[in-house]
Design a protein around this ligand. Structure first.
Ligand SMILES: [Zn+2]
Length: 405
């Protein structure tokens, strides 16, 4: 029997995507034979409401010296992080000698706003390549996983933190208890934790099941976040929806009873009960919509192939790995995937083994259709690829439903 990794109750998966490779495991042809697969299954805990993978992949396999994702690669995310940094900086304005820690600081895009203003700061990230990129920007970075031991070492050297920030990081952390214990140790009595992650409510509402992949061990809601943090004396005092990553939530957390809760918390809890996010049947309906979405996408791609149309993928995202493998999409149906990340170009997509090519290849000879894997950046991409449209190119989308236009 499987156990909820937050509360220990028995859980059963509501959905199995079958064998999956590492979502970010872009590889060379000579590595095909040694590619590792695991069962991607997701479960809902009826007691604490946490939606989670039943068997998370060991973090060392995903976050290492070659982590292929750089925050600064997206201008939209960079602008988003600058706004968040400005908000946090404002809340710290009255703190003398404020200290800010970011967990999962990647290439230092967010903390740079603090380092350039001379604010005491520290980034923590286990992936060496991105940590080095952050240091090169003048962002102090500790290259390791964050847990209680790391928190104690940071407190010894710098003192407790006035603010802890984490963006798209906590959902990756396998051991939420080690994380919460670390936060409890690191946060000043009056300090604030601000974290953002893809929001379960949006994933269910949009059937954006491509958010479900190995790196996302948890799919948070206000209900499950409260259940997780409450035993550590922490409470959610604000929740604000964010448009990034196809729907994220920014939670502000403090020690219990220190700061009054703002209206955003009650509003979100009411919305979650309206959506029945705490009810098991919500997840059987979700599974049915996922299955229907797969059929529709497969039908469309097969039809286009029969008509002799050329289809390319747009954005070799981690998310695309779930779609490609769960839907059984082969290089016959999608000729290649175009992506701006040099580390991925010239390699193949995990599992499905579709070649990844540079944007130059896409622009040199436009395909008839492009399957938009980076759908959460649709606006940014649409503005950039007007020539594709003018050449008669069509975008295929699958969130919130399969469309071609
Ligand atoms: Zn639970």
């Amino acid at each position: 029997m499987r156990r909820c990794r937050v509360c220990g109750s028995a859980i059963e998966p509501f959905m199995s995507f079958g064998p999956m490779p590492l979502a970010n495991g872009f590889l060379r042809a000579e590595e095909f034979a040694s590619e590792a697969f695991f069962d991607l299954e997701v479960a809902f805990c009826e007691r604490c409401a946490m939606v989670q993978l039943t068997e998370p992949v060991p973090p060392e396999l995903m976050f290492h010296e070659q982590y292929p994702f750089y925050t600064s690669g997206s201008t939209l995310m960079t602008a988003h992080f600058h706004r968040l940094a400005a908000e946090v900086a404002q809340s710290l304005a009255r703190e003398p000698d404020a200290f800010v820690v970011e967990i999962g600081s990647n290439d230092g895009t967010l903390l740079q706003a603090f380092s350039s203003g001379g604010t005491r700061h520290l980034g923590v990230d286990p992936s060496r390549n991105v940590a080095e990129a952050a240091r090169a920007k003048g962002v102090e970075t500790l290259c390791r996983f964050f847990d209680e031991q790391a928190a104690r070492e940071i407190v010894l050297e710098y003192g407790q933190a006035d603010a802890i920030i984490a963006c798209n990081c906590f959902c990756h952390v396998g051991d939420l208890h080690a994380l919460a214990a670390g936060i409890r140790a690191l946060l000043k009595p009056g300090g604030l934790l601000v974290f953002e992650d893809p929001y379960l409510g949006d994933i269910v509402r949009l059937t954006s099941y491509d958010q479900i992949y190995d790196e996302h061990a948890y799919y948070f809601s206000a209900g499950s976040v409260s259940a997780w943090l409450s035993p550590y004396g922490l409470e959610v005092i604000d929740a604000q929806p964010q448009a990034v990553h196809g729907g994220s939530m920014r939670y502000t957390v403090a020690r219990k009873g220190v700061h009054p809760a703002r209206a955003g918390v009650a509003a979100l809890r009411a919305e979650e009960s309206r959506m029945a996010l705490q009810a098991p049947h919500t997840y059987s309906l979700f599974r049915r919509r996922i299955e229907q979405s797969r059929e529709a996408l497969r039908d469309l791609l097969t039809r286009l192939h029969q008509q002799g149309k050329r289809v390319a993928g747009y954005g070799a995202t981690s998310k695309s790995t779930t779609i490609l493998n769960y839907c059984g999409i082969t290089p016959e149906l999608i000729e290649y995937i175009t992506d701006t990340t040099p580390l991925k170009q010239g390699k193949f997509s995990p599992g499905a083994h579709i070649p990844v090519r540079s944007p130059a290849a896409f622009h040199f000879d436009f395909p008839d259709c492009a399957l938009l894997f980076a759908w959460n950046h649709a606006e940014e991409i649409g503005a950039k690829e007007t020539a594709f449209r003018s050449a008669g190119g069509k975008w295929i989308r699958y969130v919130p439903r399969v469309t071609i236009e």
